[in-house]
Design a protein. Sequence first.
Length: 240
Amino acid sequence: MQRILLCALFCAASLSATMPAFAWMSEPARNPDNGHYYAFFNGADDERFVRRQMPFAVALTRAASMSHLGIPGHLATITSQAEEDFVLGYFKELGGRPFSTIENYWIAASDAAVEGEWRWVAGPEAGQQFWQGEYNGQALDYQNWLTFIPGGGPVEPDNKPMVPRLNPEGEDYLALSLYETSWSYWNDVIGLHDPNSSFSPHLAIVEFSVPEPSVGALITIAGSMLVASCRRRAKSEARR
């Protein structure tokens, strides 16, 4: 029996050593409202045996390493209800894949730099503050913190980790919870693995933001259009 067990352990160890890491990513979907693309992804760990939670820093770094159609990626920034509704609709289209009909995803916000100052930390909105304080704080821009009563005030962020010893500083990172029952909300969580919390994300959302033309580029385009119009008018008058 001991030989059988040792053989089984050796085979399992050999298999895990030679098996490549499994990194899943959904096909990017285009949001017609802003032209941006969004996709879901997990960590680079092998999740065929264990669903590993993904630290916020890993999600931030991996999203920044992605690209789609030549557009660089970043951990998603959700700045309007329409944008969040699109992400929820895309989640529902996937049928709750890859794992469940309820999932928690990292998005790019944190108050780790200054407690209570919730800011976007990636993408075009990096550095912009959208919330001040805890659950009884002040909205400075779009937010969707969890409320227990429809139309009531937020009960998040509460800055209270399930296991305080894992992060005595509190909960400093933003998780977006998506439900197939047409519901989504935000929750503050710790940035590391929290074994007692079902809210620690295993997944994240990458956003591919189509760059908006700069003021200089718009002036150049307008100038080119004006020159072309003048040339067409001159040719038309010459024919007369």
